[in-house]
Every structure is written in structure tokens, then in C-alpha cells.
Design a protein around this ligand. Structure first.
Ligand SMILES: [Zn+2]
Length: 106
């Protein structure tokens, strides 16, 4: 595991790599906001600095462990999803094997 940049930081290579560390960046921004509130030290917002810092830290931390989103789910080769129950079924089938729903003609 490398942390030298967005790309490949979980050992995954793909076109949407740049979108992946959203939670990491979001957590970092929340932490920055918390630090900002801490530094400015206005009495009312000061109390919020630690929750922001801790929450941002948690966001950044769990971003390293949550599974990657893989975009829209694609049906297996030669299959399509039932329009009613989303069960994968053969493209040629007229009715779903799971819910028996009549598939619309394409
Ligand atoms: Zn179905």
C-alpha cells in the first residue's frame, strides 16, 4: 500500500482513481475546519473544533478501509437484469426466472 498520491493508494488502478479518496479529502477538510475553529477560538465555535477534528479524522481513517465503489453494476455476459426484481437472467428469456415478470421488448 502506497500513500504517494491519489493513484493506487489502495493498489487499485482504474480510470476513476481520482474520484476514490473523496472520503479521505472530505475528512481532511473537516479536520482543517476543526483546526480553523480551534485556532480562531471564538467561544461559541471553539467547542465544535474537537468534534470536527475527531470526526474528520474518523472519516479520513475509514476511507482507507471502506470498499471501493465499482460504478454501475453490469450484468454477466449474455444476461440482463429483470426490470422488476433485478435478478440476472438470459437476454433471450421473455420472463424472469425469479419473479416470472414479463420483460418489455427492447
Ligand atoms: Zn424478476
Amino acid at each position: 500500500m502506497e500513500f504517494g498520491g491519489c493513484r493506487n493508494y489502495k493498489g487499485v488502478v482504474g480510470a476513476d482513481d481520482l474520484l476514490r479518496p473523496q472520503l479521505l479529502i472530505g475528512g481532511a477538510l473537516v479536520m482543517l475546519l476543526g483546526v480553523f475553529l480551534y485556532v480562531t477560538a471564538f467561544p461559541l465555535v471553539f467547542a465544535w473544533s474537537f468534534p470536527f477534528i475527531v470526526g474528520g479524522g474518523i472519516m479520513a481513517l475509514i476511507s482507507l478501509f471502506v470498499p471501493e465503489s465499482e460504478g454501475p453494476v453490469q450484468p454477466p455476459e449474455g444476461s440482463k437484469f429483470c426490470v422488476f426484481c433485478s435478478t440476472p437472467m438470459p437476454v433471450s428469456a421473455e420472463r424472469c426466472t425469479h419473479c416470472n415478470g414479463l420483460q418489455p421488448k427492447e
